[in-house]
Design a protein around this ligand. Structure first.
Ligand code: NDP
Ligand code: 8X3
Length: 249
C-alpha cells in the first residue's frame, strides 16, 4: 500500500506515517520543513519518502505531485492532514494574512492534492481520500471564525466528493478530531507563545496523535465495500458549551 500523508513533519501526520510504515506501507510524507522530514526518514528507513512543498502553493503542489518517484507514484491513500489554525482573534480584529494562510493550507492545499491524485486512483480502480477536518467545522466557538469555516468546507467537500465518485471504488472519509495534544497545533495557533499553547491542555487528557493515527488506519483498513463518511471524536474531558446569551446590565 502506498500512502501519501500531507503534514507528516509533525503531530497527526507524523504519527500516521509511523503507523502505516510499521504496518508495511510505503509512505510519502510531505511538509515544508525538510529537516523534520529527513529526521523522520532516518527513523523509518526506506519505506518513508519525504517530499517538501507548501500545500497552499498550487505550482509547487502540481510540480511535486505531478512527478512522484516511480516507486510511489501509484498512491492508494491520500491523507489530507496538512493545515491548522492561525490566531484566535475575533473576526473584527483578526489578521487577513492569518485568514489567507488558513484557507491556503486547510482548503486550497486539500483540494489541490485531491484533484491531482484522484484521476490515478480511478484509473487504477482503488483509492481512499482521508481528510482531516475538525470539531471546529461542526461547533462554532469565539475566534474560530475562518478556521472553523475551513473545516466545514472540508466536511462538505468530502461529502460532495462521495457524490462525484459514486460508481468508482474510491472512498472518502472526513475525520473530525476535538482537543488533541502532543502536536504543534497550539504553538502554531498562538504564533510561538509556548505558555499560551500549553495552557490549552492544562488539566486535561486530550486526544493524542496516536489516537488519530489509529483512526486513520482503521478507516483505511475497513473492507473495500465500506465507506466511513465521517467520524467526530473528542477526548472524554471535552463536551459542548451552552449557547451564549448576552444579558443586559
Ligand atoms: P501540527 O501543527 O503538529 O502539524 C501540522 C502539519 O501540517 C505539519 O506537518 C506542517 O508541516 C503541515 N503544514 C501546515 N501548513 C502547511 C503548508 N502550508 N504546507 C505544507 N504543510 C503544511 O498540527 P496537528 O498535527 O495537530 O494538525 C494536523 C491536522 O489536524 C490539521 O489539519 C489540523 O487543523 C487538524 N486538527 C488538529 C487538532 C488538534 O487539536 N491538534 C484537532 C482537529 C483537527 P510544516 O510546518 O513542516 O509545513
Ligand atoms: C482543532 C480543535 O477545538 O482547537 O481543530 O478547533 S479546536
Amino acid at each position: 500500500m502506498i500512502v501519501l500523508i500531507t503534514g507528516a513533519s509533525s503531530g497527526f501526520g507524523e504519527a500516521a506515517a509511523r503507523k502505516f510504515v510499521a504496518n508495511g506501507a510505503q509512505v510519502v510524507g510531505t511538509g515544508r520543513r525538510g529537516d523534520r522530514l529527513e529526521a523522520l526518514g532516518k527513523e523509518l528507513g526506506s519505506a518513508f519518502h519525504p517530499l517538501i512543498f507548501d500545500v497552499g502553493n498550487r505550482k509547487q503542489v502540481e510540480a511535486r505531485l505531478g512527478k512522484l518517484p516511480k516507486e510511489v507514484a501509484a498512491v492508494d491513500v491520500l491523507v489530507n492532514n496538512a493545515g491548522g489554525a492561525i490566531g484566535l482573534d475575533p473576526a473584527q480584529s483578526a489578521h487577513l494574512d492569518d485568514w489567507d494562510a488558513m484557507i491556503d493550507s486547510n482548503v486550497k492545499g486539500l483540494v489541490y492534492c485531491t484533484r491531482l491524485l484522484l484521476p490515478g486512483m480511478i484509473e487504477r480502480g482503488r483509492g481512499h481520500i482521508v481528510n482531516i477536518g475538525s470539531v471546529a467545522g461542526n461547533w462554532p466557538y469565539p475566534g474560530g471564525n475562518v478556521y472553523g469555516a475551513a473545516k466545514a468546507f472540508v466536511q462538505q467537500f468530502s461529502l460532495n466528493l462521495r457524490s462525484d465518485l459514486l460508481g468508482t471504488p474510491v472512498r472518502v472519509t472526513d475525520i473530525q478530531p476535538g482537543l488533541a495534544g502532543g502536536t504543534e497545533f497550539s504553538q502554531v495557533r498562538f504564533k510561538g507563545d509556548e505558555k499560551r499553547a500549553a495552557a490549552v491542555y492544562e488539566g486535561t487528557q486530550p486526544l493524542t496523535p496516536e489516537d488519530i493515527a489509529e483512526t486513520i488506519y482503521w478507516v483505511v483498513n475497513q473492507p473495500a465495500h465500506v465507506n466511513v463518511n465521517r467520524i467526530e471524536l473528542m477526548p472524554v474531558c471535552q463536551a459542548f458549551a451552552p449557547l451564549a446569551v448576552k444579558r443586559q446590565g
